[in-house]
Design a protein around this ligand. Structure first.
Ligand code: CP
Length: 320
């Protein structure tokens, strides 16, 4: 075991290929547990996982809470909308309150890039970044890599297009790092206004032409327009965006028969993806969702159990 998660899990940046592979390998164990009639092990009994969400979520929050419960951890749930933030309480005070209730891990989502790192500096609890602004969403990248590995055997040599609003996407940032570290070739497909102002250091190629790229792909990974982070008119109209970059049935027919269609969710059907394409046999969107629980079980186990000693699997079943 190298650096992961040496303490908190804040980003894919800084992780090594073997760190990621170790998490993916461990996830196989939790995937098997998830398919049992009673998908629960006592590995994290007595530990407390707090989801601390300052921004809305369906998948990330529910999957972390499900993962924690499957590991027999206690859970605590903080949602900004119903909290004392509205009375002027600061984020730091909020974090200290949650820690005082005994949280061992804070799973944090916030619209500001870098906030997970700041919270990690304020608390003795471990922190998992569940999405910080446009920066990173590391567990999404891990579950995406796991999904691709499950379907394709390996990411090595795969050609993956990430299509859409790359500029405002923390998923794109984390996915590019994870996919390329595992040997995939990544092409970003978007209008120039939806690409980051600088792509220096990104190990990717760029295309503005989805139709040209589709027949060459192993994986077409679609992103929604991150409207909550867009303050200016970056596309002429949604209709024109869909005409140029939406994956409709006609376009999907030009993808190879064994290509995969991915989306982190939530999808905006009829914009970046036509409804019928979301349910195409090549779509693995719901696999991504269910793999999210197994990946997050692996991450919580590595952080809170003695998961570093993977030989000691008796701990999983409570036999230590
Ligand atoms: N993919 C993802 O982060 O989805 P949620 O916003 O629903 O958590």
């Amino acid at each position: 075991m190298n650096s992961i998660p040496s303490r908190s899990l804040l980003s894919i940046e800084g992780m090594t290929k073997s760190d990621i592979e170790e998490i993916l390998d461990l996830t196989d164990t939790f995937d098997e547990i998830g398919r049992r009639p009673i998908p629960k092990v006592p590995a994290l009994r007595g530990r407390t996982v707090a989801t601390v969400f300052f921004e809305n979520s369906t998948r990330t929050r529910l999957s972390f809470e499900t993962a924690a419960r499957r590991l027999s951890a206690d859970t605590m749930s903080f949602g900004a909308g119903s909290s004392s933030l509205s009375k002027g309480e600061s984020i730091r005070d909020t974090v200290e309150v949650i820690e005082a209730y005994g949280a061992d891990v804070l799973v944090v989502r916030h619209p500001a890039a870098g906030i997970a790192q700041r919270i990690d500096n304020w608390t003795d609890a471990l922190v998992v970044n569940a999405g910080d602004g446009c920066h990173e969403h590391p567990t999404q990248a891990l579950l995406d890599a796991y999904t691709l590995r499950k379907h394709k055997g390996s990411l090595n040599g795969l050609r993956i297009a990430i299509v859409g609003d790359i500029r405002h996407s923390r998923v794109a940032r984390s996915d590019v790092l994870a996919f390329t570290m595992l040997g995939a070739e990544v092409v970003l497909v978007a209008p120039p206004t939806l690409l980051p102002p600088s792509l220096e250091g990104w190990p990717v190629t760029i295309s503005y032409d989805l139709d040209e790229v589709l027949p060459t792909l192993d994986v077409c990974y679609l992103l929604r327009m991150q409207n909550e982070r867009i303050s200016e008119g970056l596309i002429p109209s949604v209709r024109e965006y869909t005409a140029d970059y939406g994956l409709n049935i006609k376009r999907a027919a030009t993808l190879p028969k064994d290509a995969l269609i991915c989306h982190p969710g939530p999808t905006n059907r009829g914009i970046e993806i036509e409804a019928a394409v979301a349910s195409d046999p090549r779509s693995v969107i719901l696999d991504q969702v269910s793999n999210g629980v197994s990946i997050r079980m692996a991450v919580l186990f590595l952080l809170l159990g003695s998961g570093r000693n993977l030989g000691a699997t008796s701990e999983l079943e409570g036999g230590q």
